[in-house]
Design a protein around this ligand. Structure first.
Ligand SMILES: *Cc1c(COP(=O)(O)O)cnc(C)c1O
Length: 427
């Protein structure tokens, strides 16, 4: 049977768009255009979020300050550069469900994972292992293995991989529990994703933190695919630390800086080892330059370098939108939009399609990972040709993320028709 999106379905999708309280936010973003001038159906906000139109204004303001003030831009402008990062703190804390003192925007994600492992991975002869997902993002695997080696341990024995069961793709909580039961006393650090980049599976940060802390492990989360996607409550859930990038769901621009969370309980802990730099030093005496390191209490005490103002200006533009919408409204739309995508995909009744992302809305964010039996990259190329930007993971998975800030129900509906057509073509 050849599947096409019916006019009735498009009509229904448009009706959902018409009553969507967030519908106007799409206009705040630049949508990439096809050669024919029409907008792509952009379902790749999980890799790189779209550009808010207001970015230009924010960046130009800083270019102008630089032009006008030179070095005095650090203190003279309305938004002085010396503590420009603080302009992002409140919004970042809101996205993370953290206290403002628990978050800081600095460096990039992999760099921050290393810095945080310096503080929170302190192996001893008896407790030296790191627990991670077998299918973690490659950069996290490299960072973890190299930290283990740096401390003189062998990744073969010191990195414990949490694996899905044979024939399954998702991680089961009871399997995590079992690993902690068996090896918890040897595990120094549990470092997992908040949402897995490949399967879209979401982990329960609070529950995992409680289980790991009960075994005496430190706990950190990589929230690259969680920040700006799911509701986070880091302060209450209580992990020791977390880190995320901001160019995915947080739309800050390619390679922009990351953010970190360090729980309040560590804010004043002078025992915690850390790598030090002048921007982590107490602001009051930073420019005396002669004193021993006196860390700023809270997450800012982990800063190393002075603030890269231009990328942060771009990030401000995006966070302003998040402030206005708020995570609860975003999540509400996100669940509807992704639920709609799921229902249309199921409606295809195509036995070659399998959604590997968890079916329960609380166990995922907006991304669905669609496995296509006997599919290959030609499907991906075909949907690109037909106007969809998504993401392909070898051997057979298309990842799509309908983003509540700028995607529409109509786009989701059209995408499903296009995907069905592309699959049909590659029989
Ligand atoms: C996107 C992503 C990264 C990328 O790291 P960068 O240091 O920002 O290049 C790392 N880990 C995960 C889980 C990711 O999803």
């Amino acid at each position: 049977m050849t599947y096409t999106t019916t006019t009735a379905q498009i009509q229904e999708a448009r009706e959902m768009d018409a009553i969507d309280p967030l519908r106007s936010y799409r206009d705040l973003f630049h949508l990439p255009l096809r050669e024919n001038g029409q907008a792509f159906i952009y379902l790749n906000g999980n890799s790189l979020g779209l550009q808010p139109k207001s970015v230009r204004k924010f960046v130009e303001a800083e270019l102008l300050d630089w032009e006008k003030y030179g070095v005095e831009g650090h203190f003279k402008p309305v938004d002085p550069w010396v503590d420009y990062h603080e302009l992002l703190t409140r919004s970042t804390a809101a996205v993370a469900g953290a206290l403002p003192s628990e978050v800081v925007v600095m460096n990039t994600l992999t760099v921050n994972l290393h810095l945080l492992m310096v503080s929170f991975y302190q192996p001893t002869a008896g407790r030296y292992k790191i627990l991670m997902e077998s299918d973690a993002f490659p950069s996290d695997r490299y960072a973890i293995a190299s930290q283990v080696k740096f401390h003189g341990y062998d990744p073969e024995t010191a990195v414990v991989q949490l694996r899905p069961r044979q024939g399954e793709v998702l991680i089961r909580m009871e399997d995590l529990e079992k690993v902690l039961e068996e090896e918890g006393e040897q595990i120094a650090l549990v470092l997992l994703g908040g949402v897995n980049y490949y399967t879209g599976q979401r982990f329960d940060i609070g529950q995992i933190t409680r289980m790991a802390h009960a075994k005496g492990c430190r706990v950190g989360f990589d929230l690259a695919h969680a920040a700006g996607n799911i509701a986070l409550d880091l302060h209450r859930d209580g992990p020791d630390f977390a880190a995320w990038c901001t160019y995915k769901y947080l739309n800050s621009g390619p390679g922009n800086l990351g953010a970190c969370f360090i729980h309040e309980r560590h804010a004043y802990n002078p025992e915690l080892p850390r790598f030090e730099g002048w921007w982590g030093h107490n602001k009051q005496t930073r420019f005396n330059m002669r004193q021993a390191f006196d860390p700023t209490p809270g997450a800012e005490g982990w800063m190393l370098s002075n603030v890269p103002v231009l990328p942060l200006a771009a990030m401000r533009a995006s966070l302003e939108i998040f402030d206005e919408v708020g995570m609860p409204a975003l999540v509400e739309k996100s669940k509807k939009l992704t639920g709609y995508l799921e229902s249309l995909l199921k409606g295809l009744e195509n036995e070659r399609i399998r959604i590997i992302t968890p079916a329960h809305p609380d166990e995922r964010g907006c991304q669905l990972s669609i496995q296509i039996q006997n599919g290959d990259k030609s499907i991906f190329r075909s949907i690109r040709e037909k106007g969809v930007i998504a993401d392909w993971r070898e051997p057979d998975v298309v990842r799509v993320a309908p983003v509540p800030l700028y995607n529409t129900f109509e786009e989701v509906c059209r995408f499903v028709g296009i995907l069905a057509m592309a699959i049909e073509e590659t029989k």
